[in-house]
Structure formats: C-alpha cells, structure tokens
Design a protein around this ligand. Structure first.
Ligand SMILES: [Zn+2]
Ligand SMILES: [Zn+2]
Length: 397
C-alpha cells in the first residue's frame, strides 16, 4: 500500500507542474484494490460556446463505470473505474526527476532522457518520444501488464483520470456507441458512429459532430472519443451559430496555439522528427496542431457525419470520406476493397504526428490504436508572433 500511494503521488505530480500549474492538493487515499473515481470531478461550463477547454484538468466527467482490462502501474487487472471519474484533455504537464520511478517502470533505464519541463505534449506523442529516447516498445503489453503513460482504458493514477480511449466504458458492439460522459453541456460517446457497420464519426476540431444519438433521434451536437489527438475534447463547441467548429476557430480559442513564433517544438520519434505546438489541442486533418497551412477536417466540408473504415466488406453502396479531408469517394456495392491507405487499418498506423510508416501491430489493432494515415504534415510559415500564454488552469482534482 505504501508503494501504491507513493507511486500514485508521483503520477499525480505529472499533472502537478508545468506552465501555469499551481500547487495541487495531495491525493486522497483510495482503496488499494481499485481505482476510485474522483468524487471531485468538475465538469466545466461553457455558457457561450465555443470555449477553450482546460488544458490541464477536467474537460468533463464520466457517467458510467468500467473495468481495467490489464494491470497498469500498480492498478491490478480488473480494477473498477467508477463513474464520475475525471476526463482530461490530451496533454501531460511534463516529466522530471519526480517521475523517475515511474519512468523506470516503463523500462527506461535512464529517465533523464525523457525529462520535459515544458509539458504540453499529448499522450500519444509523449509515448512516441519515450519509445525513441529509451529505445523501448511503448506502449506495450508484457505478461498481462500494460506499460504506457496511460493504461489500456486510457487513464491513470489513483485519482483516476482519462486522457483517451475510455474503451472500458462502452462495448465494441452494436450501432452508435453508448454515452460515457458529459463535457460542458454536451454528451461524450464511445468512438463508433456504428460499430456493426464499422463507421467512425467525422468530427470537428472540438471532437464533436451533429447527428442522432441513442438518447436523441433528433440530431444533436455530441462528442465522440477518437484515436487521434485530442482523443477526448479539443474545445467546447458548438460554434456561435450552433454548427461545427473549424480548426482555425478552435485555435483562436487558445493563446497557446501558434504562440511560438512559428517554429514549434521538434520531437524525435522512431519514425522521424515531428513539429509540434505544445498545449495546442486543435489538430487538423493531417494530424498537425500548428501552422497556417491548415488541412481542414472533412466534417466541415461534408454533409456526411461518418466514414466507413471497412468499405471492402460492405454489402451496400457506402460513402467514404478519407481523412485527408479532401476526397469524397463512393464505393460501389461490390466486394472491391478500399485501397486508400487512409482507410486501411491493417497496414498503417499513425498518430497526431503525421508519420505513418510504422505497421499496425496486432496489439495496436486489439487496442484500436490504428487509425487512418493522414497526409504528411506541412507546417506553414507566417505564423502570428509569439503571444502570451494564458487561459490555462490547473484542474481541480
Ligand atoms: Zn494524466
Ligand atoms: Zn455520433
């Protein structure tokens, strides 16, 4: 128990520092056998959308419970994650010597190689950076234990908070995924627009779209979990007119977006260097969160609210919108498989970094970590001058 609490405290320290971060209260002592939900989850309000979402802290709260499938850190497999848990955005606050023990448990013998005093990298790019710097496979499943910045359900620490996935809160079955949480005044659902038909939602920069849900036959603005950053919520929509939120509109909500004079941060991964803008949660169709050459998300230019990831297996004509946001292709009612790399989950995987050369492993597929390859990121020039960071607050815990 002592080690459990110590590790939890260290993990909490991941969020307890970083730009704009303040002192955090010590975690409550929870039951060791489970992952007690934070009773203090504070769902933010957004009375006049669109609004920026907190960059560190609660962007929403879960409304259902789930069970962790594999052991992670010191949480045993089968741990219950109670309803009312924190939902965070994609970012971690950085790594320092305070996290040495955790970093070593990942299999990284020299923790200092992943120190990051600035923070503001999303979970996926942070894991890619660790994998490269420590020369390990990360995340990975090893002997029933999951090694990753977050666990297989997408969250971590004793005062459990989700950053992504939430996969243990809904079943991979049926039509539209069930509701898993609330973010501001809207609902968050699992990743599927229709699991049986293998349809994923086309989402705006906030991570939402307008369509029917299990709770509403009338189309409503609602969020879906997604495999790419921002994973949960990029901002609180909808637009002022009640529509979808563009990448540019999302970025206008955050002083951290393109505040770096145009260069961003170079993050090295096993598949190459990635230009990245810390603490900017607005990702375009290419997976880039920076620059003026925005590849607008396909949701903004399509009347479709979903795309099919399994066009080759469909029995009826389906419309598929590639994630490169520009091409709308119709697949006839035949057995001709879709050939675009952007929809081929069996051969490619990518994250928010625009790199797409690594293969999608069985483990990736099992965890539904594979997603369409975006086109190469093309960072633009002529960015606005460096601004003042602001609008970030440490979330209540
Ligand atoms: Zn976290
Ligand atoms: Zn939906």
């Amino acid at each position: 128990m002592k080690n459990f609490l110590l590790l939890s405290m260290l993990l909490l320290a991941v969020h307890g520092r970083g730009p704009g971060g303040g002192a955090r209260p010590m975690p409550s002592t929870g039951a060791g056998a489970g992952a007690p939900a934070g009773g203090s989850c504070q769902n933010p309000s957004c009375s006049s959308p669109p609004c920026a979402a907190p960059l560190l802290g609660d962007v929403g709260c879960t409304t259902v419970s789930g069970t962790e499938t594999y052991a992670h850190e010191l949480l045993p497999a089968g741990s219950t994650i109670n309803s009312g848990a924190h939902i965070f955005g994609p970012f971690e606050a950085g790594f320092s010597s305070q996290q040495d023990n955790i970093i070593q448990t990942w299999g990284c013998s020299t923790p200092s190689v992943v120190y990051d005093s600035e923070g503001g990298t999303d979970i996926s790019i942070a894991e890619k950076k660790v994998a490269y710097a420590c020369n390990i496979e990360f995340p990975r499943l090893e002997g029933g234990t999951y090694y990753g910045v977050v666990g297989p359900c997408g969250g971590h620490t004793n005062d459990y908070h989700f950053h992504r996935s939430l996969s243990c809160l809904y079943s991979q079955a049926g039509g539209h995924s069930t509701k898993v949480g609330e973010t501001a005044s809207h609902s968050l659902y699992g990743k599927w627009e229709d699991y049986d038909l293998q349809r994923l939602p086309l989402l705006d920069a906030c991570g939402a779209h307008i369509g029917p849900t299990p709770e509403s036959s009338t189309p409503v603005y609602h969020y879906h979990v997604q495999d790419q950053a921002p994973f949960t919520v990029g901002c609180h929509g909808p637009s002022q007119s009640g529509g979808l939120v563009s990448v540019a509109l999302c970025r206008s909500l955050y002083s951290d977006c393109d505040d770096d004079g145009g260069s961003g941060t170079t993050i090295t991964t096993k598949t190459g260097n990635v230009q990245y803008d810390r603490f900017c949660p607005c990702f375009d169709a290419s997976g880039s969160n920076m620059g003026t050459n925005i590849q607008e998300l396909p949701a903004l230019s399509s009347s479709e609210i979903y795309y099919s990831i399994d066009a080759g297996a469909t029995t009826a004509a389906t419309t598929t919108v590639n994630t490169d946001a520009t091409s709308l292709t119709t697949t006839p009612a035949t057995t001709t498989p879709a050939t675009t790399t952007s929809t081929d989950l069996t051969t490619t995987a990518s994250s928010n970094d625009g790199s797409c050369s690594q293969s999608c492993s069985f483990f990736d597929r099992m965890l539904r970590r594979c997603h369409p390859c975006p086109p190469a990121s093309q960072p633009g020039a002529n960015r606005p001058p460096r601004g003042t960071r602001g609008g970030r607050r440490e979330g209540r815990r």
